[in-house]
Design a protein around this ligand. Structure first.
Ligand code: SF4
Length: 430
């Protein structure tokens, strides 16, 4: 087991998602005691003191985000749980929704109490059928048990939660794209300021937190910030759910205590490489995080302060393992096809840049590449950096530069010989 567990510390069974099962392990006791013994500001302070970092990818401190929203009595405020999870290789929020949906509901109750929210949304990708049925079922069960709605636990606190199913676009997971989608418009991300905590959904102050970030709230309030900080490291408190896929023997979702040795996680907990292959590199936390080779991660731990100085990041926890023999040119082609397809088209560097990059990599794979194409890919990546409304313009560049920096020789070989150094393989045959 990769360290201590905060979210997965229960047995997953065919009924572990139900109200009855959640209640039997102390579910909804924390919101009840919170309402009766804590002021909303105390809850916000506890979360801020815990040092909880956002789990959606940016690792922004959750307490700091909450602190920007100053509840105004009588004013409408919103909370949105971001369950869009569109990053390829990232699937840990779905695990929470499928197996512990009541944990999210209870955490949203506690969060809403802290922030003065009376109306909350779960924004979920439309294709997620089972996760949608599980969270909708949990909300229905909570209403039936009197744990959502008005006068909860005999107090004046009230909360309604609505599940909103998106149509499945990468930018729907971007916070400002998400709220315009709920408003019934195209999910175009928008420029900030104003921050969404100041003017968000329907122009009202809105906090948007990732599902895993919210899932931590019940535990933090139940155990207290000081106890929470005993798990993980000083700069990365708590745990991270890692969804691991690719050429690994035991893919799946693991909860890992920050500071856990990375090599041990791969070799022991995840069973090592698929078919005993040799590891070429790893995408650490979602496809926009830069790849790292096996020697580069050998002495790193799974914590932000260990991975960031190595030139990458833990991001959303979507880890993809890549074996020796995999063609990095073809791999980049897959990534650029995704980014090009998902660009919403608002910003010229993203709309045109993604198209150029996609066409260049297609040309190389077809054996029609020119030596200058590698520098063109660099130039477009750099031109996108920081010049677009949302982070997607940057993300494709990060992925591209990360792969080119480490595996330039494969691109040169492909252009010179009009074929892959690795037979164009993406699968693991070792
Ligand atoms: S960066 Fe791309 S996805 Fe983001 S708003 Fe601009 S065009 Fe849309």
């Amino acid at each position: 087991m990769p360290g201590r567990q905060l979210i997965m510390n229960f047995e997953v069974t065919p009924t572990s998602h139900t109200f009855e099962a959640y209640r039997s392990r102390g579910g909804y006791a924390t919101i009840e005691s919170t309402l009766k013994t804590m002021q909303p500001a105390d809850v916000t302070k506890e979360v801020a003191d815990s040092g909880l970092l956002g789990h959606g990818g940016a690792a922004f401190p959750v307490g700091r985000k909450w602190g920007v929203m100053k509840p105004i009595p009588g004013e409408i405020h919103y909370l949105c749980a971001n369950a869009d999870e569109g990053e390829p290789g990232t699937f840990k929020d779905r695990w929470i929704l499928e197996n512990a949906p009541h944990l999210l509901v209870e955490s949203m109750l506690i969060t809403s109490y802290a922030l003065g929210v009376r109306h909350a949304f779960v924004y979920i990708r439309g294709e997620f059928d089972l996760p949608w049925r599980r969270i909708q079922g949990a909300i229905d069960e909570a209403y039936a048990a009197g744990l959502l709605g008005a006068k909860l636990f005999g107090t004046e606190f009230a909360l309604d939660i609505v599940v909103y199913r998106g149509a499945g676009s990468y930018v729907c997971g971007e916070a400002s794209g998400l709220i315009t989608s709920i408003e019934g418009r195209k999910p175009y991300p928008r420029n900030r300021p104003p921050r969404l905590t100041v003017r968000g959904l329907f122009q009202k102050p809105t906090v948007i937190n990732n599902v895993e970030s919210l899932a931590n709230i019940t535990g933090i309030v139940r155990m207290g910030a000081a106890e929470f900080r005993k798990v993980g490291t000083a700069k990365s408190p708590g745990t991270q759910l890692i969804s691991i896929s690719g050429h690994i023997a035991k893919p799946g979702v693991y909860e890992v205590e920050y500071g856990y040795p990375w090599a041990k996680f791969l070799d022991e907990d995840c069973g090592g490489m698929l078919h005993g292959a040799k590891m070429k590199c790893v995408v650490p936390g979602g496809i926009s995080t830069k790849v790292l080779t096996r020697p580069e991660i050998e002495n790193l731990t799974l914590s932000h302060e260990s991975v960031n100085p190595a030139g990458s990041g833990l991001g959303s926890g979507g880890m993809i393992i890549i074996a020796e023999g995999t063609c990095m040119v073809r791999l980049l082609q897959v990534l650029l096809r995704f980014y090009h397809h998902e660009s919403c088209g608002q910003c010229t560097p993203c709309r045109e840049g993604m198209g150029w990059m996609h066409r260049i990599i297609d040309r190389i794979v077809e054996g029609k590449g020119a030596p200058e194409d590698i520098d063109r890919l660099y130039a477009i990546s750099h031109a996108n950096d920081g010049t677009t409304i949302c982070g997607m313009g940057d993300a494709a560049g990060y992925a591209t530069v990360g792969i080119l920096n480490k595996f330039r020789d494969e691109f040169e070989y492909y252009i010179t010989n009009k074929r892959s150094k690795c037979d164009g393989r993406l699968e693991c045959l070792a």
